[in-house]
Ligand binder design. Structure first.
Ligand code: DC
Length: 477
């Protein structure tokens, strides 16, 4: 699927450009702002205040949004009623901005947008497409212009439509909306690190369209040639949109680093003997783990339980692991994980809270454990799944070393497990990297180190088997 993200503040010209690019590529254009506008319109029609989270949550109990195209033009139906003719009224802009700040609204819309992007080649314009909705979009643009220029454009547009407006009011509203959109709690308006910035203040529409089309055509044809492009686009995890807001709020507190790890130390003392009994594990080259002060420890795993092996074995005092947020939904499990030092992460989303928490741990020269496959290996094979680029991004950004660890799962239960600790390495040649191509190349380097560690552990286990069979041969003689 082709997904093109165009973000930017109100009136920057996103929709004109997005429409033109979609037309020239013969793909669909999705105006995500209209989705927030339609939600606000429906709320106002039902006398629901657009800033009342509880009332809007309740409204969603009986709310169904359909996006359809009539002669190529997007129509948004809410509960079967076409809201499109009413969405561009001036007062709807403020109402949409207000309602879009509610987390419950964002998660619902983001869910719909992701679903749409999964099944359509689409150009989306909005505020958070590149940073939050589709962090793996093929192309990302951040389009902006001065508030005065944007107010001027809106003024002309409304005049042409025969609506009477005052320029100063428009300018004031634009400045206020910029503030609202970029200061809200969830997914605020922000340029994605890998988005191309386009300041359109002094550009004509045609110039902008040409600039965008040039980048898109280059990128799309490059990715069509590359084998792994579809995999990247399909890498969405479970969205957090199905989670009640209360749970989401509680999980948010877990992003704050824990100060005392006494509970983890206590639990480790109690549970470690049990672990040694159920999963006897020999650590090979343990000294490698202690060659660095802090950094990323990467490991594979096959089940929730065996993910404890590298944790209890390598982390005596505090266990900073990146764990899927679903594990934190239960307050007891969430509380314990937090006390260990675990960081919840919403997989497949641009989870900026998790990123900040990870960067803090690494910058404090602590150890952070990640499972770079993003999930457990359900097939139980030695072959690792495709590695996500997250670990490379963290190692490059913080300039911290990586320790690859391979967990060797025995074929029979109660047989010994092995944890092979590879040599620490850095991604120095990629420091300063920003593009997703560079992150992919760095992830390839990580994979090579994993392959070497896998060979190491296989050779070790094989030599043990040989020794054993020699011994039993001798005994039988
Ligand atoms: O692009 P627009 O003016 O039609 O958007 C209306 C409001 O919707 C805008 O003030 C912010 C919000 N919005 C958003 O929060 N996220 C998006 N992806 C798109 C719009």
């Amino acid at each position: 699927m082709i997904n093109i993200a165009i973000d930017g503040p109100a009136g920057a010209g996103k929709s004109t450009i997005a429409k033109a690019v979609a037309k020239s590529l013969k793909i669909i254009y999705l105006d995500t702002g209209a989705m927030y506008r339609a939600t606000a319109y429906f709320a106002l029609q039902n006398n629901i205040a657009v800033n009342d989270a509880d009332a809007v949550s309740k409204m969603f109990e009986n709310f169904n949004m359909d996006i359809v195209y009539e002669n190529g033009a997007q129509q948004i139906l809410v509960n079967g009623i076409n809201t499109t003719p009413y969405l561009r009224e001036h007062y709807m802009s403020k109402a949409a901005s207000d309602i879009s700040a509610l987390p419950v609204v964002r998660y619902k819309m983001v869910d719909l947008q992701r679903e749409f992007a999964k099944t359509h080649d689409v150009v989306l314009d909005g505020r958070d497409i590149g940073t939050f909705v589709l962090p793996d979009a093929n192309c990302k643009f951040f389009m902006t212009a001065t508030p005065e220029e944007r107010a001027n454009r809106r003024y002309k547009e409304l005049l042409e439509k025969g609506q009477e407006v005052d320029y100063d009011t428009l300018l004031k509203d634009i400045i206020q909306r910029d503030y609202n959109d970029s200061h809200r709690e969830v997914a605020p308006l922000k340029q994605a690190d890998d988005a191309i910035l386009l300041d359109t203040t002094n550009m004509t529409i045609d110039e902008v369209i040409e600039a965008v089309k040039k980048v898109v055509e280059e990128k799309v044809s490059k990715e069509e040639k590359s084998d792994d492009a579809p995999g990247e686009l399909k890498s969405f995890g479970t969205p957090s949109s199905e989670m009640p807001e209360k749970t989401l709020k509680r999980i948010k507190t877990y992003y704050k680093p824990e100060k005392s790890f006494r509970l983890y130390r206590f639990l480790r003392v109690i549970l470690r003997p049990l672990q040694c009994m159920l999963w006897p594990t020999k650590v090979i080259n343990k000294e490698n783990a202690f060659k660095i002060d802090g950094g990323l420890y990467l490991c594979n795993h096959y089940s929730t339980f065996d993910s404890l092996i590298p944790i209890f074995t390598m982390f005596k005092k505090e266990a900073h692991i990146l764990a899927k947020y679903e594990l934190f939904i239960n307050p007891l499990a969430g509380g314990i994980l937090h006390k260990m030092g675990a960081i919840p992460v919403r997989r497949g989303e641009a989870d900026t809270d998790a990123v900040k928490a990870v960067l803090k741990v690494l910058k404090d020269d602590k150890k952070l454990l990640m499972y770079p496959e993003g999930t457990r290996n359900k097939e139980g094979s030695q072959e690792m799944a495709e590695l996500k680029t997250g670990a490379a991004r963290f190692a490059i950004k913080t300039k911290k070393p990586i320790v690859p660890m391979v967990y060797y799962k025995p074929t029979k239960t109660c047989h010994k497990n092995y944890l092979y600790v590879g040599e620490p390495f850095t991604l120095e040649e990629f420091y300063g990297a920003k593009s997703s191509e560079e992150y992919h190349a760095a992830t390839e380097v990580i994979r090579e180190h994993f392959d070497a560690a896998r060979e190491g552990v296989n050779a070790y286990v094989e030599s043990l088997h040989k020794k054993k069979s020699k011994k039993s041969d001798k005994e039988s003689k």
